[in-house]
Design a protein around this ligand. Sequence first.
Ligand SMILES: Cc1cc2nc3c(=O)[nH]c(=O)nc-3n(C[C@H](O)[C@H](O)[C@H](O)COP(=O)(O)OP(=O)(O)OC[C@H]3O[C@@H](n4cnc5c(N)ncnc54)[C@H](O)[C@@H]3O)c2cc1C
Length: 452
Amino acid sequence: MKDVIIIGAGLAGLSAGWYLRNKDILILESDSRVGGRIHSEKRGYYWLNWGGHVFAGENSPTDKLLKEVNVEARNVPGSLKSIAMNGKLLLDGKVEKVLYKVPMSWNSRFALCKAGIKVLRSLNQYKKALKRIPGENYWTYQQRVFNFLNDQSFTEFVGKLPEDADALFRPTVSRSAGDPEDVSAGAGIGYFNLVLSKSKSAGLTRNIVGGASVLPETIAEKLGEKVQLNANVVKVFHKEDYVVVEYYVNGELISEMAKYAVITTPAPITDKIGIDLDVDMKNALRKIVYGPYVSAAFLTKEEGPQLWDNIYAMATPKKSFNVAFNMANLVRDSESERKKGSSFMTFSPATLAKNLFEKTDEEIIKTYLKDLNSIFPNFEDIVIEAHAQKWLHGLPYCFPGRAKIQEPLTKPSGKIYLAGDYLGTFYTDTAIETGEIAANEILTKLLKESNI
Ligand SMILES: Cc1cc2nc3c(=O)[nH]c(=O)nc-3n(C[C@H](O)[C@H](O)[C@H](O)COP(=O)(O)OP(=O)(O)OC[C@H]3O[C@@H](n4cnc5c(N)ncnc54)[C@H](O)[C@@H]3O)c2cc1C
């Protein structure tokens, strides 16, 4: 019998695995690679990226894990607030310039000012909610962040906006994978905090050198045979005083026993495979809402400096993607002479993703290139590689009323623990922290049992 079986080798599963590495563990992953919603691939100096890419900064659970496994992360260089809209490029990230540089109606400018002031005022309250009280339990802390303006949607909070004002707000809020009409006001404001502030309080401030997948791949390499790929878990349940995990490998059904299990799959899968989880927990899992993402990675071959060289993120309202990321920026920041080429990522959340989901990958790339050409003329001519990826469970977004289901999700359910980004408000950092919490609770129990 194993000490612990962990289901899923995304960041939550690998974090749990790392902190339980000295025990007899097995991590079962249905895919042929580790990382889940982290997905990058090396290309020379650069890396292509399709999934999560900005990570929490100093003193975060992510920082601790990065240091333990010896993976280097650096502060994101360049502007996070560039904008391309209505034919105008604002590269320096001075968002106030939008008001007088981007062509739009006076009605939109006025609405933008009014809604902007409302959001900025709430940012300070959000930052207060975000401050962790020393010694505060993670679940209490997260409950507090979920509670923040959780009784209304972002659209209800700012009011219905005219077209251009709405187009400017939408890319930031819908990065959550939900549209402003569906995301809670508090979560929408949280995204403005992420974009407008590069400070530690903003949360996500770092890129991983070599690409995001370096983190999951390094952990998996260190865990070696404890990680099994292509293992599709179908059932996890209690039997007598242990847990049974049933999974398929190459069409063969395998049943394995463990003293404990940690399920780190997205909520709908956790509900499906965790057949005897607490009823309230299962009901809460069913209420978690994921929005879709579509992303694409582009490798380019240009020889000289480009307009995008000093930006990291550019909002692109009214395009098929609403943010473009310059994934080469970390390389740019440390080179003495500009190397040939770049790596780009386009990103379509929520309704934009739904509009692309039925298209083939080729059609998605064609659609993206048309819009990239309209921002950076002839961009298409320098592209040497392009690949799209669809993410059905892109991100669990915080909807009005989400705060109410936090308690049943986090209460113990026998010998089966849950971990994953849907349990908190900080994406990769929540995945890593909840994996660590599950591991620590199990370690304490295993220690107690060995002393009996
Ligand atoms: C395009 C995109 C951009 C993003 N950008 C950012 C960002 O910049 N910063 C940030 O912090 N977050 C970002 N995120 C979110 C971030 O990637 C996730 O929050 C995080 O990676 C979730 O980790 P997880 O371990 O909870 O879940 P997952 O990564 O989904 O891991 C779950 C794992 O379980 C496996 N699995 C599923 N079913 C089974 C089964 N039956 N049996 C066995 N294994 C199974 C899956 O294959 C997967 O590997 C982004 C996500 C996407 C898609």
